[in-house]
Write a new protein. Structure first.
Length: 162
């Protein structure tokens, strides 16, 4: 085959690839779903609302039974799904907090009595009583995720993959 034929075939292949790529005809349905920037269906929104309502009720029960003492306002779905955490004691001890409390503190959702003790260090990190607020150590997170599996009914062997 001559060099001219090879060049023409190469250009045709490149052009065909471009056309197919631009038409997105081989794109996976998963990728299309990820690009969806709309809102969930009404059915899915109803499920979310029912789930959140149940989580709020569970959090209230955990607080009444002294299994949970949140440091932030509103729902802490992570702590509820793990059977509760004592975020106030965790802050006092300086040994870290659960991921949702950590995010809530940075998002400005601290309860008023906690917010009064918060500050920032020279690197912009949140401090509580002048101690840097950190997330739980990995070992504690693994234990919480294992407990969460118990409540979710998922396979306990999945905890090993954490």
């Amino acid at each position: 085959m001559s060099r001219l034929n090879q060049a023409v075939i190469g250009l045709l292949l490149i052009a065909a690839g471009y056309v197919l790529g631009a038409s997105q005809s081989f794109q996976s349905p998963t990728l299309h779903a990820q690009q969806n920037s709309g809102t969930p269906t009404e059915e899915t929104e109803d499920k979310i609302k029912r789930g959140v309502k149940q989580l709020i009720e569970a959090q209230s029960s955990l607080e009444q039974e002294n299994f949970m003492r949140p440091a932030t306002k509103g729902l802490n779905a992570f702590a509820v799904s793990c059977g509760g955490v004592n975020a106030l004691d965790d802050l006092e001890a300086g040994n870290g907090v659960d991921p949702e409390t950590f995010a809530g503190l940075y998002a400005g959702l601290a309860k008023p009595d906690v917010a009064a003790q918060l500050g920032r260090d020279d690197q912009g990190r949140i401090t509580y009583k002048n101690k840097i607020v950190r997330m739980y150590p990995v070992s504690r997170l693994k234990k919480l995720f294992a407990t969460r599996l118990k409540y979710s009914g998922e396979n306990q062997d999945d905890a090993a993959s954490f």
